[in-house]
Design a binder for this molecule. Sequence first.
Ligand code: ADP
Ligand code: MG
Length: 731
Amino acid sequence: MHSTRLEILKLIHQSPALKAEDSSKKVSDYYGELTFGIQELEAAVSSQVLNAYKAALSGKESMDMANAQKIADAVKDWAIAKGATHFTHWFQPLTGLTAEKHDSFLSFDFKTLKYVEKFNASQLIMSEPDASSFPSGGTRSTFEARGYTAWDLSSPMFIVENAGAKILCIPSVFVSYTGNALDTKMSLLRSMNLLSKVATEFLNLIGDKKVESVTTTIGTEQEYFLVDRAYFKARPDLIMTGRTLQGAGMPRGQQLEDHYFGSIPPRVQAFMADFDKELYRLGIPAKTRHNEVAPGQFEIAPIFEVANIASDHNMLLMEVLRRKAQDHGFECLLHEKPFAGINGSGKHNNWSMATSTGENLLEPGKTPHQNVRFLAVLSVVLKAVFNRQVALRASVASHGNDHRLGANEAPPAIISVFVGDLLSKILSSLERGEDLSKTSAEQVMITFGLNQLPSLPKDNTDRNRTSPFAFTGNKFEFRAVGSSQNVSLPITILNAAVAESFQEFCVRLKTKSAQAVSNDSAVLEIAREFINESKAIRFEGNGYSQEWKEEAKKRGLFELLTTPSSLKTFGKEEHHTFLTKSEILKDEEFQTILHVQYERYSKKIAIEANSLIQLSKQFILPAAFEAQKDYASSVKAVESLGESPASLSAQRTYLKNLTDLIDECFAKIQTLKKDLGEAEKAEEGYTQAAIFAEKVVPSMGLLRQVLDQIEDRVSDNHWPLPKYQEMLFTR
Ligand code: ADP
Ligand code: MG
């Protein structure tokens, strides 16, 4: 074994395994101790201030500075008592990460001539980070290179502890001086408001008059890999790009399927316990944790929450995940495809809608009316996904996710919806349905067996893992979202699509119910129309199969394999004006998102290509030369003994093969450099991204193939890079 890898192995085996922090407290004792929510506020301010806060929260009134100052004081005292020294507006620029700039509470008091801790209402409400270095798609001219962050009242403030430093974080939106969103949260909030408005209108129309609002609920299942930090540090590709750009296959991958739900390794268990504990302290309701399909892959899922909070929490969860993993000597990989040949990581987004009266709109009901409503909502979602498949596909497009969606992996690049056996049957019979206007609602129930629905089995036995969008009992699961991605955009698009579909439903219902015998039958009739019109989007079979690709094409569904092709299609008016018309995005904001996505895609691939070239030149070729020397001297040594050439066939073959591979590697590096040069010179935007996708990415793939073969041919003692089996099976 090469000395680098041997040292790492020794290090891992000699370092004592960390145990989870001891805790005699029960979770509910410390749950949320690092968050400043409504309860903390209630305890610290007068009822008048509290009411002002609540009024602002509901959007009825804006808060005046005097009340805001009371809140700022309360938060400051709370944070300082917890040991915080700094505060920051915590926001989510279009880079997909979170951003923060710390300011201390310290200020000079001119009355007492002393330094004291202060926190002004204006600092709580607004802050001005320099927006010029965040991607904004060139929509802002330099003279107004200012953006500001504004406190998002609906998401609780929290304290982040990092290596002993404690910082008060104020969840915020990030907008330009002209009021354009520069982050992913503004549009998410707008989409939630719109969905609430139109879903409420729909519910009121169909007879649920008590409903006043509807919230979007989200539960994110986060997948990730853990590798030992020492291995991570010895892989420049992992450090620079988050994924391995090279690595020969292993004799054993995930074919035994023994990792999934297998027992969690003790070292990982200790990490998970500490990780969960930190999430609880931050008020993130972690619920399930388990191994995933691939070796070294795991999952964490919190209990679902209101969408913008769930989205904030997911961003925070990813940060805590990285940090806690490091505390336990791991590096957490959130990339969609860290290792070739085994499963990548996604982030299943469980999505539903809850009414102000406490009902889940995707829950099959107990009464005939509830079932009619359930079917109608289902039809609304089906139609939304059918109509807006391109936008949904584009919302999860990224260089990392292309490895999953474009390749033979879950889920495919064709957006389709899986509803399961029973619902499929019901939808099909509804589709074929008789003239419903002549039938009473009750009769329809009996005809279609809808009274059976309340006992709809909620187990997941017939779940289809290959579907990008699946109904799972009482929610939809958008599975195409990438593991490293901020969920705001996909949820925004989904909400917008569903809102549009609800609106259409209401329009038709208003015309129809004037003539309809009963409201429920009119509702069912429109549901039937929606189900018919969106029929092509429903698919229950194997999403990976070649047949599905052909079938989908016949049905006229889109298969957008790469990020540039998805973005280009999304850029066509017919696929995105539903967002601008509904004012979820201004046209300028939409163009910004597109621009930033193209830019990020191109930059990330350029970094990968450069890293791969570096890896080849500085690590792999030198190792290959060493091995080549070994074979050559072996040949020479044996020849010097006067042996016949026949007895040298092994050495000679190895030498020849390796020499050929070295030549090939050299040639492939040149091609990659040429393609990279061409891409870098191209016009930014689609043109450039397309060259990256069509030339650079394939060239990288071809070079990689050679590198992987070289790994196979170089003896273990010359190979410096940690191998797949070491990274994935040592812990
Ligand atoms: P799975 O079998 O896919 O792991 P779970 O029942 O564990 O399914 O749920 C996965 C996620 O779905 C969890 O985060 C859970 O809280 C969330 N979830 C459950 N109900 C809803 C809902 N009504 N809206 C949004 N998310 C939900
Ligand atoms: Mg799931």
